[in-house]
Design a protein around this ligand. Structure first.
Ligand code: ZN
Length: 58
């Protein structure tokens, strides 16, 4: 299990379409919103999907 909160920067196993690996957590709830640190696009993931994708917490 990873510990994360608003503002945490995470690294994913697979890159975004823009090639970026780092994301900032910008909203937490049932779903979690992540903003790509390279292209600034926002995606929404369920907690379980996020857990699967996280490589590490930065
Ligand atoms: Zn991106």
């Amino acid at each position: 299990m990873f510990k994360y909160e608003l503002g945490t920067i995470i690294e994913t196993k697979k890159p975004h379409v823009c090639g970026g690996y780092n994301w900032e957590i910008i909203r937490m709830g049932a779903d979690i919103k992540l903003q790509c640190q390279k292209c600034n696009r926002v995606i929404m993931l369920s907690r379980s999907d996020l857990e699967k994708r996280i490589k590490k917490i930065l």
